[in-house]
Design a protein around this ligand. Sequence first.
Ligand code: F6P
Length: 545
Amino acid sequence: MPNPMLASAIWSFLEDHAQERPPATLRRLFAEDPTRAARMTHRVGALTVDLSKHRVTDRTMELLLDLARNRQVLERLQATQAGEEVNTTEHRPALHTALRLPRDAEVLVDDVNVVPLVHEELDKAVALAERVRSGEWRGATGERITDVVNIGIGGSDLGPRMLHRALADHHTGDLAVHFVSNVDPDDIADTLEVVDPATTLFVIVSKSFGTIETLTNARTARAWIVDALGEDAVADHFVAVSTNEERVADFGIDTDTMVGFWDWVGGRYSVSSVVGLSLLLALGEGGFRELLAGMRDVDEHARTADYEENLPILMAMLQVWYGSVLGAQSQAVVPYSTRLARLPAYLQQLEMESNGKRVTHDGTLVEHDTGAILWGEPGTDGQHAFFQLLHQGTHLVPVDFIGVLRPTNDVGDHHDQLLANMFAQGAALAFGRTEDEVAAAGVDDALVPHRTFPGNRPSTTILLDELTPRSVGQLVALYEQKTAALAAVWDINAYDQWGVELGKVLATGLLDVLVADEPLQEGDGGLDASTAALVALARRARGRD
Ligand code: F6P
């Protein structure tokens, strides 16, 4: 069992250690130890991860790993994969790792081995995808499907959408896949404008099949198909991915064309389930199974590697150091890959919905800051936007740089330029340029403070050998496992999301007030003055008052 007394002693050691003077600077740490870069660079699967540009000494890492050991982080990762009820407020395990286990593996949930169930649904999804991809599946008019529209939001959109783009060079080219998530009418309108009802298949993805945005978009899509092809066409143009068969049937989608998953797969952890159907349609079976294999590589590493070698744990403990000890508020993720442009958005849900929590498992207020504000954009674009703040601003923002060693599209020297920029940013952040160096370069005295780079700004560099389903699977699982490791340190539940509920409830009430036939009366809907004024404005704009 974790020892809370010891844990609080380690937190104090860490806090004292953070105050030690002179502070360890990256310049000094690198100058003193020529082996630092090699010692702190790790390899798992096709990923190389350089942790040397972090503001940590060996002593810092020792204390951080003491904390991890005390919090039994490795044992928590193992217990999660074994099916323990880690989602304590919803009384269920979080078994996304079971989605990528081989057929002969065993993980029990309520005494039932779930691995055969996983493979049964996956096989069903593969067969369905093959029917569509081969042209065996026909639309109502007898034409083959050319376009797939994935309708879902949050975990039912972000993972498939991010990976669809990341693996664009691995699409088989049989189908064009589109994604609609926002309830904003422009989102679906833009997509319906470029597809043809006769050749379009809608994949409605919703774990609950109760998410308003998804159901609203699905209804609009259904009406569009019925309008063009008649009511009987629905069965040929809609498939569903859900855990809720009853709601799928109520909605009017044939449950024979539904593929399912289980409540022990969290939405934001569901991309390796049949939630990835649209991805499977784009990649084909081989690519999708490779993605799962990549995730399994890292799950296995996270379960078996000891603390000093365990990359998700090391990355988590560095985040604890910056966020919970040094007071950093945010974490930037900057992929130097256009293909990975949606990675920050995907990680926002993964990390912020998982670890944006203020109470521990037993409901006690946490004593340290938890999940960081995660944000980012691809490089080199980001360099011309927010990097100024990273280099010379007042905030401490650790950065994850993510790049690819061998490009898929090797055109001229583009890729070399891309990597040169990524490496340059990491070095500039870490080592900066001192006042003396700036002055020695002949810069005017008045400009010296403006042109000085303080440096000592931390970053992780992750390099994928190539952008393949396997390596990208490894990258995703690395962040999933890091997220779980962080939750273990903070003793929070990474698998519930009560924080999104209040807004949903209020929106339902507000919709009634917004569209009511009767004029708005003071006190209607129990609205506060600000919200009431905004509602009144919106009603007037639509001619309702
Ligand atoms: O609103 C948050 C959330 O519940 C996410 O956790 C989830 O990924 C998303 O909504 C979509 O939910 P569903 O797949 O049930 O439509």
